[in-house]
Design a protein around this ligand. Structure first.
Ligand code: LLP
Length: 420
């Protein structure tokens, strides 16, 4: 399904003209296609049909209630990495057995919350965390189902270096060389039940070799730990499925599915996967209005009402996002597309070829549904923008635009001073 198409010379999301959304909800706004999210969920689900499996959407990519509703209704579960994400998942109606809890630096409070919530699995990333978890579970009279997030130390190609997580020496996961010993410790500790090995080797992976090699290592280790007494029930292959931002190809889900289902079948366990970007990136765009055009020396600028505060990826990762005029005019220009924030690094695109654009025109910044809104900030006292869901010919604001009041809501004008 194509969520964004030009009809009668103007860009639509499903059957709704983006210009109507801009009129009704204002700009900037994130706009999501429910149909694209559902379609991508169904395609991945079908690709994993070769093994019993559960898809745990990585909520960090986009934790909007509107998005969670669509995915939950489609049959998706979730993966969370903080107490806040756990709270959001529960609020959105996910059952405890549909929640995986991961993260490299869980606090005691977060571990207690995950134990109290009785989540499906807590993915543990170090020996110290495992010991703490067992102690907390003991205090709370619980036995906790755990997975060990193992760093399989595979070569990860083509991920931005900020997004590779499965190579030797990274902060994530338990180094493969220590995993057996920590697995044996998990078997010995009284209040944890070791049920899974987990990996996440990186994001935006466009070669599946890392999945093949990584899952093979997890299978071998699972067999060893099973012989040592672990009740291994799951294999968690992580997230990381790539999404085309420019002219790249969509990933071959059949090939990916064959690799990860074979690994789970080798153990006779349920396969878990944790993709985030795959479901939501292409389902969303950032709708922004051109405020001004400006010439400075040889450079042309298109100054928009959205910038790095709304979409950080271009300035943080040098990420490419395709930009399209909602109602293109004749002509052509090459310009830096920038925001209003007082930083030279505030841009959406550099030296980008665009059709003729004038102030007041709407631009669509594509493939912005993942790691867009969630990484936005209020820098320069900019209220966070609205999020809009489109479903067929209907649309709704699913997250209201923040107000100026929201910018000061948590400040204390009359602080309660305490003595040292
Ligand atoms: N599981 C774990 C343990 C993760 O750390 C991540 C992402 C995922 C699953 C989901 O990965 P995905 O399927 O979305 O690639 N902010 C960056 C991406 C950071 C990803 C962090 N971890 C970006 O804007 O590209």
């Amino acid at each position: 399904m194509r969520g964004f198409t030009v009809r009668d010379g103007t860009l639509h999301c499903e059957d709704v003209p983006l210009a109507s959304i801009a009129r009704g909800a204002g700009t900037p706004a994130y706009v999501y296609s429910a149909g694209v999210i559902r379609d991508r969920f169904r395609r991945l689900d079908a690709a994993l049909a070769g093994a019993p499996h559960r898809i745990h959407y990585s909520l960090k990519a986009n934790g909007s209630r509107g998005v969670l509703e669509v995915l939950r209704a489609a049959g998706c579960a979730v993966d969370v990495v903080s107490g806040g994400e756990l709270f959001k998942a529960q609020r959105a109606g996910f059952a405890p057995g549909e929640i995986l809890f991961g993260g490299v630096g869980k606090t005691e409070r977060e571990l207690r919350e995950a134990i109290a919530a009785d989540v499906k699995l807590i993915n543990v990333e170090s020996e110290a965390e495992l010991r703490l978890l067992s102690r907390l579970a003991d205090e709370m009279g619980a036995v906790v189902n755990v997975g060990l997030r193992v760093n399989p130390e595979v070569d990860v190609k083509n991920a931005h270096h900020y997004m590779a997580t499965g190579e030797k020496g990274h902060k994530f996961g338990i180094p493969i060389g220590e995993a057996e010993a920590i697995g044996r410790l998990a078997i010995a500790l009284p209040n944890v039940s070791l049920q899974a090995l987990d990996m996440h080797v990186g994001s935006q992976l466009d070669s599946f070799d890392a999945y093949r090699e990584g899952t093979a290592r997890l299978v071998d280790l699972s067999l060893v730990l099973r012989r040592a007494g672990a009740d291994i029930r799951y294999l968690d292959a992580g997230g990381g499925l790539p999404v085309p931002y420019g002219s790249e190809e969509e990933p071959d889900l059949a090939v990916y599915g064959a690799i990860v289902t074979a690994a789970a079948n080798a153990l006779g366990v349920e396969l878990l996967v944790e993709p985030g970007r795959f479901f939501v990136a292409a389902s969303g765009l950032l709708l922004t209005r051109v405020l001004y055009r400006k010439q400075s020396g040889a450079k042309s600028y298109v100054i928009c009402d959205a910038g790095m505060t709304e979409l950080l990826r271009p300035s943080h990762y040098d990420a490419f996002h395709r930009i399209e005029a909602v109602a293109p005019r004749p002509g052509k220009l090459t310009a830096d597309v920038v925001g209003p924030v007082c930083e030279s690094g505030d841009f959406l695109a550099l030296d980008r070829e665009l059709p003729g654009v004038e102030s007041g025109d709407l631009l669509a910044v594509h493939t912005a549904g993942a790691y867009g809104y969630v990484m936005s900030s209020q820098y320069n006292a900019r209220p966070r923008v609205a999020e809009v869901m489109v479903d067929g010919a209907r649309w709704a604001v699913v997250t209201a635009r923040e107000t100026y009041e929201d910018l000061v809501r948590n400040e204390s004008p009359t602080p309660q001073w305490r003595d040292a």
